[in-house]
Write a protein that binds this ligand. Structure first.
Ligand code: MN
Length: 480
């Protein structure tokens, strides 16, 4: 990655950007990291550039871009934060300092997890750009994870799926959330990742080709009805989301998932969104129960669009997503969008003040009467709906739906541990496999090495879709 790529990208969305200053930050960081290399042999600066590239992709402001280039200087080199401040000023310095502080965690296990979350929320309240910088940093680390040992890969991937991606989702930053999830998915569940990508790839290609052909017809229909869309593009569902949907709908072959590829229609006004919807329903028969009006009733993270699924040409089932340009921006960049099109009002505090859920979390976290556990439990209501947090004997956090049992836990860890599990110790006490787990429990799974198949009775009490689908698959194998 070259700094010029980033300069060009920034100039495109922000013609007033201070290109000289960005160039200067690049040279400053490059000199500071001189002679340092990443484990994969790359110059260290490639990491800073890689992370900053993502920041430019979501159109962040100059201060964030500059902080991205500098983000590892105080922690990894002999150049101090004060020198960064002298060269680049207070705003950039406070961003770099914030990212560095997020990386320093003192505890282990449950406390570490709570501490990590608390720090994320405090940073969001202080300046949301700090968390966005951390996302970009983590995303580039994930993209270069191959070189690390397996247990470290798992720890990082796990933390991303449990903490970073849900927060990115809550902040509506689709670009970041989808990439974090797909990168982590690959390391967390390598077998499932391979199965899903191999299964989905041909379907995605076929559907994209079909939608390419459909475009001409759509242009014609829209023209006849006096609609001129600003844009029409096919959007491909990301792999982790396909995986989750296949578990939820219990369709391992991905049949019946209609939105693998959707057609996105961007128009000028809200009124036009509804006109497009009407026209589509007039020409193509809609599938029942598939229409969703997220404009009148936005999702919790402020996602807005109209969704409908229709039988289109050649009786092909197609999902349409209809929205305006600002809605499209919000869907991809979420809260980060406020740093580009909403130029007049760049105060982070002003933006976060309007996030009721964040204010509530902050009031809880600042109250010292709450234990780590109570803090996590309150978070469940918001970000992690009805979830519990349990621990492996090593202190890794596993996030499961309320009501989960040791069998759910075992299958979450690995399908072979699930298959072979014969009992459990919860907080050092023997417990039966249908015991409901509580937040904070430390769970140790006992296995029987020679066991070949799971017990079908487990299906009657387990809670997670993942365990269900894995058990069913293992039982099917057995019958072949
Ligand atoms: Mn870094």
């Amino acid at each position: 990655m070259e700094i010029q790529t980033i300069l060009d990208l920034v100039k495109k969305y922000n013609p007033k950007s201070d290109q000289d200053m960005i160039q200067l930050a690049f040279e400053f960081a490059r000199d500071a990291h001189k002679g340092q290399y990443r484990l994969n042999g790359d110059e260290y600066m490639q990491h800073a550039l890689g992370a900053t590239y993502h920041l430019a992709k979501i159109k962040m402001d100059d201060a964030t871009i500059i902080a991205g280039l500098l983000h590892d200087v105080p922690d990894e080199t002999s150049v101090s934060l004060d020198e960064v401040r002298k060269q680049f000023g207070d705003e950039v310095c406070s961003l770099v300092e914030g990212v560095s502080r997020l990386g320093k965690l003192k505890y282990r296990g449950m406390e570490r997890y709570a501490e990590n979350l608390r720090k994320m929320f405090v940073s969001i309240a202080h300046d949301i750009r700090i968390v966005i910088l951390k996302f970009a940093d983590r995303l580039h680390n994930l993209e270069t994870l191959d070189i690390l040992p397996r247990d470290k890969q798992l720890r990082i991937a796990h933390e991303v799926l449990e903490i970073y991606a849900p927060i990115a989702h809550r902040l509506g930053i689709g670009y970041i959330k989808e990439r974090l999830e797909d990168c982590a998915f690959k390391y967390m569940y390598p077998d499932e990742y391979r199965t899903i990508t191999e299964l989905a790839q041909p379907k995605l290609e076929r559907k994209e080709q079909y939608l390419g052909r459909l475009k001409d017809l759509l242009h014609q229909i829209f023209k006849e009805n006096g609609i001129a869309p600003i844009g029409m593009e096919s959007r491909v569902k990301h792999f982790y989301s396909i995986y989750r949907k296949s578990i939820k709908k219990n369709t391992p072959d991905l049949e019946g998932i209609y939105d693998l590829v959707a057609m996105r229609v961007i128009v000028e006004s809200i009124a036009e969104c509804y006109t497009v919807l009407g026209v589509l329903h007039q020409y193509f028969k809609p599938l029942q129960g598939r229409f969703k009006d997220y404009i009148a009733q936005p999702r919790q993270n402020n996602y807005r669009s109209l969704h409908t699924t229709v039988f289109s040409e050649e009786n092909e089932i197609v999902e349409f997503q209809i929205r305006t340009t600002p809605m499209d921006y919000e869907a991809k960049y979420g809260i980060a969008a406020h740093w580009n099109y909403d130029e007049s009002n760049k105060s982070s505090q002003r933006i976060t003040k309007n996030l009721d859920w964040l204010q509530e979390i902050l009031s809880i976290q600042s109250s010292t009467s709450y234990s780590h556990e109570e803090f996590l439990q309150t978070l469940n209501l918001d970000i992690f709906q009805n979830r519990i947090f349990v621990f492996t004997p090593k202190g890794d956090v596993i996030n499961l739906p309320d009501g989960s049992t040791p069998v759910d836990f075992a299958y979450y860890i690995h399908s072979d541990i699930g298959r072979k599990c014969s009992g459990a110790r919860i907080n050092d006490m023997l417990a039966s496999l249908n015991t409901k787990l509580n937040s904070g429990d430390v769970v140790y799974i006992l296995t029987e090495r020679n066991r070949k198949r799971p017990n079908p009775d487990w299906l009657s009490f387990i809670k997670t879709h993942m365990a269900k689908s894995r058990i069913k698959a293992q039982l099917r194998e057995e019958h072949l």
